[in-house]
Design a protein around this ligand. Structure first.
Ligand code: IPE
Ligand code: IPE
Ligand code: MG
Length: 247
């Protein structure tokens, strides 16, 4: 990705967030409230995600990262996990042409080796096909855990140290950050969580050090372009200090 397509983190209150991250939560509760199966909520969540990807692009958000399946979500009933895996496969097959036609770079963040082989292959093809696209980066966190991501980065740095390519005293925050799953995506400016929970659930632990957090009670399937715009306005009204004094 060229540097021209990236925007620096800025404290200009009117600026668009360069990177918006979303914890898409509440599919199950949305379904239960309608007497539907949880999987119906996930399918509706997919339809919402599709709208939000293109809405974010239209608004000029350059990087969008969404939490689709956490490393802890394997604890769910087998039928739900299996249903989510086949949803993701069908969704990626259905959407990749349109994403590519719109110049959107797709990247999947997480331990892909633990996913079903057909899904992993679909994700790898999507990433390869769109690797050079620069209009917007769409990161999909699947089998993702913030702690695993840091562990994987630490393993990479440790291997370099063991082979003598880097000395321990040379290791900086940049060294670690450059081994994370999306090293050329800036840290999220704005983190949105739907369905009201006030927690990170192991999402982007390193990257959200200074993200502005915006939570809505709305369940993910009911999330909308209007709510995204509201979150951005909320973000723009905040004062980001990054530990400094800002008058
Ligand atoms: C988010 O919705 C989607 C995934 C975690 C896969 P949930 O399935 O967590 O919905 P709730 O939180 O049970 O309502
Ligand atoms: C976080 O939601 C993971 C995703 C949205 C993919 P969860 O529903 O898994 O989070 P908890 O269990 O409420 O913390
Ligand atoms: Mg949930």
């Amino acid at each position: 990705m060229s540097t021209a397509s990236r925007q620096p983190v800025t404290s200009d209150p009117k600026a668009m967030p360069a990177h918006v991250a979303i914890i898409m939560d509440g599919n199950g509760r949305w379904a239960r409230a309608r007497g539907l199966e949880r999987l119906e909520g996930h399918w509706q969540g997919y339809r919402t995600l599709k709208k939000i990807v293109y809405a974010a692009d239209e608004m000029g958000i350059r990087h969008l990262t969404v939490y689709g399946f956490s490393s802890e979500n394997w604890r769910r009933p087998e039928a739900e996990v299996g249903g989510l895996m086949s949803l993701m496969l069908r969704a990626m097959k259905a959407e990749i042409d349109e994403l590519a036609a719109n110049g959107i770079r797709v990247r999947v963040l997480g331990r892909l080796s633990q996913l079903p082989a057909d899904l992993r292959q679909e994700f790898e093809q999507a990433m390869e096909r769109t690797a050079d696209y620069q209009r917007m980066t769409f990161n999909l966190a699947i089998n993702y855990g913030g702690r695993s991501e840091i562990v994987d980065a630490v393993r990479a740095v440790a291997a370099e140290a063991a082979s003598g390519r880097i000395r321990p005293e040379e290791i900086t925050e940049e060294t670690v950050a450059s081994r994370l799953y999306a090293p050329d995506t800036p840290d999220p400016d704005l983190l949105i969580r739907t369905a009201g929970e006030m927690r990170l659930s192991n999402f982007l632990l390193w990257e959200t050090a200074y993200s502005e957090i915006w939570v809505t009670d709305t369940f993910w399937p009911d999330f909308s372009q209007e709510l995204l715009a509201e979150a951005v306005r909320g973000y723009q009204a905040r004062t980001r200090r990054f530990g400094a004094v800002v008058e």
